[in-house]
Structures are given as C-alpha cells and as structure tokens.
Design a protein around this ligand. Sequence first.
Ligand SMILES: Cc1cc2nc3c(=O)[nH]c(=O)nc-3n(C[C@H](O)[C@H](O)[C@H](O)COP(=O)(O)O)c2cc1C
Length: 398
Amino acid sequence: MSHTTSTPVDPKVFRDVLGHYPTGVVVVTGREADGEILAMVVGTFNSVSLDPPLVSFMPMKTSRTFERMLNCSSLCINILGGEQEDIVLTVAQRWENKLDGIDWFPSPSGDPVLSESVAWIDARIATTVEAGDHWIALCEVHDMAVTNPVSPLIFFQGGYGSFVCTSLMARMDHEILPAIHAAHAARSDVEDLANEIGCEVVVFTAVSCDEMAAVLSATGPGVDRGLGLAGRVPMVPPIGDTYLFDHGDTDQQRWVDKLRGAPEEVKQVHRDRLEFVREHGYLVSFLPSEGDSAYDDLRRATREYDTARLTPSQERRIRESIASSAVDYRPRPLTDDDTYDIGSLLIPIRDANGKHSMTLRLAQLPAGRTGAEVKGWVLRARRVAELLGAPTRTGTAA
Ligand SMILES: Cc1cc2nc3c(=O)[nH]c(=O)nc-3n(C[C@H](O)[C@H](O)[C@H](O)COP(=O)(O)O)c2cc1C
C-alpha cells in the first residue's frame, strides 16, 4: 500500500471532529515543596495499564501548572461528578490559589481530594513523552478509591453533561402520551375495578424494550397507594411478560438474558409465563407465606430505579434485586375450590395496532380467595382491558 503526502489538517476541522468525541473531566491536584496547592482541569485523562497500574493525561506544553507539577512527589487525580461543573469553571479560570473556597480533604499521599468527586487516584509521574504541542504524562498509580459513585461529568462539543443510561433517555412523556390518553379515557372503569375488587389497579405502557411506565393508577377503599410500584419500572423478568409474549424469539431471549447468573429453572419460569399468557390471556403470581411483604424488595428496587441519573452499576444491582423476588411466579391453572393468595394479576391490553403495548396490573388483592373468585377477577379485569385498548383476544380464565 503506498502513501501519498497527506495534506495538513485544518485546525478548525481537527477541533470540530474531535469535539464530537466526549471525554470525562478530572482535576489533577498536587503540592509544591512550600505547601502551595496546585490544581489543573484535564479532559485527556485515561487508564493505560493494569499490570503495572498506569494512567495518563496530556498537559499542554504551555501549561505553567504542569511545569510546577513535574516537581511534585505525588499527584492526585480527581474524577469529577455530573454536579461539579462549577468547580471546573472556577479551577480552569484561576491562575493561582485554584482550590480557594472549594472543599477538599487530603488523599493518603496528602494531595487534595475534592469533596463530592466520584473517585481519586494517588499517582506519581513516571515518564513524560513529547507529543506535538502536548506532553503525555504517564503516571504510576499508588492508591485509589471511589468515594461518590454518581454519574461522571462529561465534556462534549464544548459543553458539559452527565452520563444517562440509554433506557432512561426514553423517559420522555410525549412518547407515552397516546397511552396516557387511552388510559384516562377509561379512568372511571379502572377506578370501578379497583373499588369492586378492593385492590390497586395500574395501567402500564412499554416505553421501550427496557422500560415500562405507569400511566394511570387507582386504589380501592383501604388500599395503600404508597405500596404500589414506582412510576417507571425496568423491563426485567418478572416485569414485561405481558409485553413480550407476542414478540419474536430474539426479543424474548434478550429479556430472559437480563437474568444473568440466575439458575436455569428461574429463567424457565419466565419462559413458561410467556407461554401461559399467550395461551390464557392473563397471568397471576402467588404470594409466599410472608404475604404481600414479599413484594417489598421489588417496590424498593423500582423506586430506586425511578430516580433518574443511575449509573450503569446501580442499574445492574437494581435489576438483580428485582429478579431475586420471593414471590412465586410459576404459572399454573387455577382450581375453582382451592384458595389462593394472589400477589398480582396481569392482563395484556391489545391496542388499535394489534400490539400489546399496555398492561393492566392488579395488586394488593384480597387474600385467601377461591380459584373461582380469582377467575371472576380475571374476567372483570379483561373487560376493562378491552375498554383500554382495542378488543383483546378471548382466552379462558383457567
Ligand atoms: C474541560 C477542560 C478540559 C481540559 N483539558 C486539558 C488537558 O487535557 N490538558 C491541558 O493541558 N489543559 C486542559 N485544559 C485547560 C487547563 O485546565 C488549563 O486551563 C490550562 O492548562 C492553562 O492553565 P495553566 O497555565 O495554569 O496550567 C482543560 C480545560 C477544560 C475546561
């Protein structure tokens, strides 16, 4: 392959193109021999090597702060959080006394860790490599810790932002507006259902293959509204079966795969539920002996999920705790004379396009009811589901 002499790149184009690539933001701190505190905002920080542990950043050759840092016996790299944009502006604009008025505490090596930083890394410059108008400062890592695991600050196209999980980006109400309209048009029927059975009734809609949102809820007399699920719930088994049951194998496999690490029999329960709802048009879950408190973990996890700005690791932990519920999700037909403690009753709502984008969920149901009574709830709930969407398929409640 032959190379022709490359044409010089226009600096404006260089900046523009690379401005489309985001970076994190760190503040590198250090101390001079006389105790003077140094600090510098850096967007070129990177992890380099695990063995030995090395990180790097790239100071401009004109940086006076870095010139002074070369004489420091140690440096501390502070990874900034999404709420620390003001610190960047303060530090980057000052010539000296860069941390005046900013809260910090000393790292093990004694260099400043800014309060609220996501993490700190104690390091020592091992080598500086010349790289055009910058240096590459290669640093040995001596100690490090995460002190505030929030979403990090991100610098992109000259502006600041923070990391948001893809599933959370779908949290735009206009996307679920049609479902909100459909649900509110049938509001009185939903309220009647909650009052007649004496339970909580919630209409959920799928926001994406990863998330459902509550668009309407009603509670019967004496039912605790505060015990419901959160407004947004991640679509991880057991949540989402009434949405995915008529999807293709790939989507269903992806959904079951969200139970990473779960035993095969647990995954099979959720595959069986997809089959059951396809055949019968409803799903129930059964409460264990501890009763409705078996849902406590699920409630807590969905509430936590509902607070935006989760980091991916927090989201993973929440998804795992949802999957490890004590509720019995094994699908089985109801027998008329047996008594049941039903945890939840789900009916997929078929919309005008023939898709099951919405779900009717009944919870906090009266305990110790016969199979015949529960089948009565199914038929009653199915009529409301028909009003909420286009007519649903007519399955049998058995
Ligand atoms: C978001 C952001 C990222 C920056 N990244 C770098 C960087 O990677 N390297 C660098 O030398 N300066 C970077 N700067 C500029 C420095 O923070 C500082 O303003 C510059 O080094 C000049 O200051 P000094 O002469 O006091 O060192 C960045 C500034 C901002 C606001």
